[in-house]
Design a protein around this ligand. Structure first.
Ligand code: UDP
Length: 325
């Protein structure tokens, strides 16, 4: 039997690399693409040399060419952390808009089903809590996060347009905060930031007063949600995340207990437009995908800490000055 063929963009990134593993495990042939602007080839190097895996260094904001047939496309290429949007705002806008357009065109040409990675950021600093898919959001288009949020909102709009106008099979995953092995230690996001600080013997930097909330989903759960959504016949956006909400102060305390660090919590200014609260309403994912997260934060954090504590000294100190806003 010939294997199903799937293109995964952003394949060397955190989620992309886990998706490569999952779809190979599902018996598919994976065509991986990344321009390594934020990804790291080491996340997928264990797959090099396999017959069912190909890797191409390519920026999908440029025309995307893939030889042969394609059954599925997963568009996961994008900078995904606030410090990255600030560093590379134009690329962030392009990959969410032009990149998505290129991949929709490719999906149409190949008659493939495409799933795009959207985000809880489409809800901005939400005025409704928890966020369900029918909330339209509260985004500042010209704030520092606007380049990501608006690109992802455009992505959803053009994906729906290809669905309704061209009849393309499309899926939209609104992904909430996710964590796990292969996050970039220096990407500035709260979990790698805190664990990195604990490992380097630095104080933990809570931004603002730390009363803002997030809800963290372990990567294995998220990947399973993506798989189920791709295999479903549901074309409207679906929230994927863990509703277990926590303040950033509580989260810092959990990391202190987990790592046993003697350091303390210090406060830095809250970045502009930092959402005050975030929790996914996953009623729709439960109903349509029969999906809900299984991994408790305690278990997920232990696995993640183990991964980070095995990194080299060089990785531990790489680019950490980039963390500051
Ligand atoms: N945050 C923090 N200290 C850090 C990094 C982040 O207190 O060193 C806060 C940040 O202000 C936000 C939350 O943690 O309120 C989550 O930030 P992250 O960048 O992980 O993702 P976001 O959900 O804001 O996109």
């Amino acid at each position: 039997m010939t294997k199903k063929r799937i293109l995964i963009t952003g394949a060397a990134g955190f989620l992309g690399s886990h998706l490569c593993d999952r779809f190979i495990a599902e018996g598919m042939h994976v065509i991986a693409m990344d321009n390594l602007i934020t990804g790291d080839k080491r996340n997928i190097e264990h797959l090099f040399g396999r017959e069912d895996f190909e890797y191409y260094h390519h920026d999908v904001s440029q025309f995307v060419h893939v030889k042969g047939e394609l059954d599925y496309i997963l568009h996961f290429a994008s900078p995904a952390s606030p410090i990255d949007y600030l560093r590379i705002p134009i690329q962030t806008l392009k990959v969410g808009s032009l990149g998505t357009h290129n991949l929709l065109g490719l999906a149409k040409a190949k008659n493939a089903r495409i799933l795009v990675a959207s985000t809880s950021e489409v809800y901005g600093d939400p005025l409704v809590h928890p966020q369900s898919e029918d909330y339209w959001g509260n985004v500042n288009p010209v704030g520092p996060r606007g380049v990501y949020d608006e690109a992802k909102r455009f992505q959803e709009a053009i994906t729906m347009a290809y669905h309704t106008y061209h009849g393309l099979e499309t899926r939209i995953a609104r992904i909430f905060n996710t964590y796990g092995p292969r996050m970039r230690l220096n990407d500035g996001r709260v979990l790698p930031a805190f664990i990195g600080q604990a490992l380097r013997g630095e104080d933990l930097t809570v931004f603002g007063d730390g009363t803002q909330t997030r809800s963290f989903c372990f990567v294995d759960d998220l990947i399973d949600g993506i798989y189920r959504l791709l295999m479903s016949d549901y074309a409207l956006p679906v929230n994927l995340g863990n509703p277990d909400e926590i303040t950033i102060n509580e989260f810092a305390e959990e990391i202190i207990r987990l790592t046993g660090t003697q350091q303390k919590i210090i406060h830095h200014p809250l970045p502009v437009d930092d959402p005050k609260q975030r929790q996914p309403d996953i009623t729709l994912a439960r109903k349509e995908l029969n999906w809900s997260p299984k991994v408790q934060r305690k278990e997920g954090l232990a696995i993640t800490y183990q991964y980070f504590s095995r990194l080299s000294k060089e990785d531990l100190y790489k680019d950490i000055e980039g963390k500051k806003f």
